[in-house]
Write a protein that binds this ligand. Sequence first.
Ligand SMILES: CC(C)(COP(=O)(O)OP(=O)(O)OC[C@H]1O[C@@H](n2cnc3c(N)ncnc32)[C@H](O)[C@@H]1OP(=O)(O)O)[C@@H](O)C(=O)NCCC(=O)NCCS
Length: 118
Amino acid sequence: MGARLERLLRRADDLLLVAEVPPRGIVGWLHAAEQELLEAGRRCEILGLVVDAEYRGQGLGRLLVDAAEGWAKARGLGLMAVRSNVARSESHPFYERLGYARVKTQHAYRKHLPGSAA
Ligand SMILES: CC(C)(COP(=O)(O)OP(=O)(O)OC[C@H]1O[C@@H](n2cnc3c(N)ncnc32)[C@H](O)[C@@H]1OP(=O)(O)O)[C@@H](O)C(=O)NCCC(=O)NCCS
């Protein structure tokens, strides 16, 4: 994860944010990125968001998403997107509370390629 973080921090189109509560330290993080889709144009997608279970319900998730929206706006993006696992049931009312509308349900497919690095 350290190596991934180093690479991501160097990318101008990726955003990494942390929520820090002293003296505990980092209790939440968000990863988002600007994307351009051939079919749908430019947008900001939230690719990862976690708040430590002990610190949920205190507004930290909202603060992280608000900051990502501010970053996206400053880049001239007009659309936020996020894909949320159906098993992450706590995130569904969270995103709806923040004004996100559920637009579709998808199947996710993956294929491991032999010999490739993570
Ligand atoms: C989803 C998650 C990030 C929310 O973080 P959080 O810090 O608890 O959220 P907040 O306290 O900022 O909540 C913001 C709003 O959503 C509401 N909300 C949050 N979780 C909720 C839940 N489980 N049920 C109903 N409402 C919820 C809050 O009541 C709050 O509303 P308000 O501001 O009007 O009072 C957190 O639960 C988490 O890390 N879950 C595990 C990982 C995950 O699912 N990540 C999302 C992957 S896409």
